[in-house]
Design a protein around this ligand. Structure first.
Ligand code: CUA
Length: 338
């Protein structure tokens, strides 16, 4: 009974696409909608052929049994059905030809449509993969400096974006199923991905190629929002980091900007300028920590600062011996960085 219940729950989850947060059955962007249309075309043609084939086979079995029975009675007159076989076979061959042609044409149209969509990007974002997090840089019009964030992608709805893909270490693969297909990030090579979101929403991207110990904890939070919300987000991200308030945050600020943290992380407007790890300038405005490993909240943040290896074994962030009050101060300051 329990097994049946679990099966039904599983089937319901599959049929509903689990949720709309991470599914390739959503079609929330131009490319994923094209792929979805192609998927259903393949599904329809292949299902039709399968049903006809199995149906034909069952009829043949049934007829051969009848023929054998007739053979016993009439002895040798079971070839009476042969004349019908020829047109049936010709029809079947023609159907295969039409089916395969339909699939080839549908694939070609999808490919051309995706290529046409990619021709006029209005926004350029560079995503660089690392073990195990995503560095995200927005090229801003009119300036040479890029806006830097990590493990999140904000996109305005209805605006075609080109995402330049690079990697600092091994081969990764970026997959945001709601928006597009997979694309590899290869060291020493530049790839690109076209994202033209058509619906606002929160989506989840994920590294889709085994890259090491924390491959599974390499998620990318994607926010597709209205143009106004995107402009607001961009303005907020361009601001230098907020100053600490009160003695605890100030102690945290001093720790982050003068101790080991500063050699890997940048907090703009302070002396912390490391580029090895994620930019922390507006860290607390993100939805999750450690590339989607845990939601952004004080408990998870405390666990992360106190022992990164405990939360994400193998991460490049080392465990730094800290007193309790130092952990509390660093967490308080990080929470200020909205
Ligand atoms: Cu990066 Cu798997």
């Amino acid at each position: 009974m329990i097994r049946r219940g679990a099966f039904l729950a599983g089937a319901a989850a599959v049929l509903s696409g689990c949720n709309r947060y991470q599914t390739s059955l959503g079609g929330e962007a131009a490319e994923s909608a094209n792929f979805l249309r192609l998927f259903w075309t393949f599904m329809a043609v292949c299902t039709l052929m399968y049903v006809l084939l199995v149906g034909g086979m069952l009829i043949a079995l049934w007829r051969s049994r009848k023929a054998r029975e007739a053979l016993v009675v009439e002895n040798g007159r079971h070839h009476a059905s042969a004349p019908i076989l020829r047109p049936l076979l010709i029809g079947w061959a023609a159907l295969i030809l039409v089916g395969l042609s339909a699939l080839a044409i549908a694939s070609f149209v999808t490919d051309r449509s995706n290529a046409a969509n990619a021709s006029h990007p209005k926004l350029v974002v560079t995503v660089t993969a690392n073990q195990w997090w995503w560095d995200v840089q927005y090229s801003l019009q009119g300036t040479t400096t890029a806006l830097r964030t990590a493990n999140e992608l904000h996109l305005p709805v209805g605006v075609p974006a080109e995402v330049i893909l690079e990697s600092n270490d091994v081969i990764h693969s970026l997959w945001i199923p709601n928006l597009a297909g997979k694309q590899d990030l290869i060291p020493g090579r530049v790839n690109d991905l076209q994202l033209w979101p058509k619906k606002t929403g929160l989506y989840r991207g994920q590294c889709a190629e085994f890259c090491g110990l924390q491959h599974a904890h390499m998620a990318l939070d994607v926010t597709v929002e209205s143009k106004t919300d995107f402009a607001r987000w961009l303005t907020a991200q361009k601001r230098p980091a907020f100053a600490p308030q009160g003695p605890v945050e100030t102690a945290g600020y001093r720790y982050v900007t003068s101790r080991a943290c500063a050699s890997c992380h940048t907090v703009s407007g302070t002396q912390a300028g490391g580029t090895v790890g994620p930019d922390l300038t507006h860290f607390a405005s993100r939805r999750s920590i450690a590339a989607g490993t845990r939601p952004m909240d004080r408990g998870n943040l405390t666990a992360w600062v106190a022992d990164p290896q405990g939360l994400k074994p193998g991460t490049n962030m080392p465990k730094i011996p800290m007193r309790r009050d130092e952990v509390r101060a660093v967490v308080a300051y990080l929470e200020r960085l909205k």
